[in-house]
Design a protein around this ligand. Structure first.
Ligand SMILES: [Zn+2]
Length: 239
């Protein structure tokens, strides 16, 4: 069974349209539109909307029928995206160079596994409020995973303008040839003052392909289940 949050699709679509429109208009407000600021803006927006879960195919028909309601929803989301973009730009991450684009490596195109962006949320297991100040590290085979570019940090420390949310964008992993199917196993370690640390393991399937400029996209995301941290002594099983 495939469960899907359609709010994410709408937010990604609306946000990408807005980012593209801003660029087309010559970016009069001078927003930073680097990958990290884009993802921070998307996270800000997602954190302020109700998720809408569906079981794969059935929901898509339903969504297409609600045309007028959807227009209103998209207008509300656009307002949130603009608000998020302003806030994210105002409190820019000091450690990121905010390069406008993650330029693909120069030279001949090589086959590689394109790993999607990874998004997850962290909550206090007792109060259910989003956590801030937690540090999340992403490892594969015991090593910290290299990120796509310097805009992305690993370990990542949760920041206050997108409470509870962390994002990663691993660098592509080179492959011998295209069309190899491979499963990448990751482990996430979450450390937060006053909470028991938590380790969460997960797998991402990927297919190697020749990297091109057009394969560069923030549209693909891998959403992790919400994780809950508990103060020492109150440890329970995370679902
Ligand atoms: Zn930026």
């Amino acid at each position: 069974m495939d469960i899907h949050n359609t709010t994410e699709d709408t937010v990604f679509k609306v946000a990408q349209t807005i980012f593209n429109d801003i660029k087309k208009e010559g970016n009069p407000d001078g927003f930073c539109l680097c990958d990290q600021c884009r993802m921070d803006t998307i996270c800000y927006t997602l954190n302020r909307l109700e998720p809408c879960y569906i079981v794969s195919n059935r929901g898509i028909t339903r969504i297409e029928q609600d045309g007028i309601q959807r227009q209103q929803e998209e207008a509300d989301i656009a307002t949130l995206v603009y608000k998020g973009l302003r806030l994210v730009n105002h409190f820019q991450r000091p450690t990121a160079p905010h390069n406008a684009f993650a330029a693909p490596e120069a030279g001949p195109a090589k086959p590689a596994f394109d790993i999607p962006t990874i998004i997850g949320r962290l909550f206090d297991g007792v109060t259910f409020s989003p956590l801030s100040g937690a540090t999340v590290s992403l490892r594969r085979d015991g090593e910290l995973v290299a990120m796509r570019n310097f805009n992305w940090q690993n370990p990542y420390t949760l920041i206050s303008n997108t409470p509870g949310t962390y994002t990663f964008w691993p660098a592509p992993v080179s492959a011998e040839i295209a069309d190899i199917h491979k499963t990448f196993e990751y482990s996430l370690k979450i450390e937060c003052p006053d909470y028991d640390p938590l380790v969460h393991s997960f797998k991402i399937p990927a297919v190697s392909k020749i990297q091109t400029v057009s394969s560069y996209s923030l549209d693909r995301t891998f959403k992790l289940p919400d994780l809950y941290l508990f103060p020492p002594g109150e440890a329970e099983q995370n679902g």
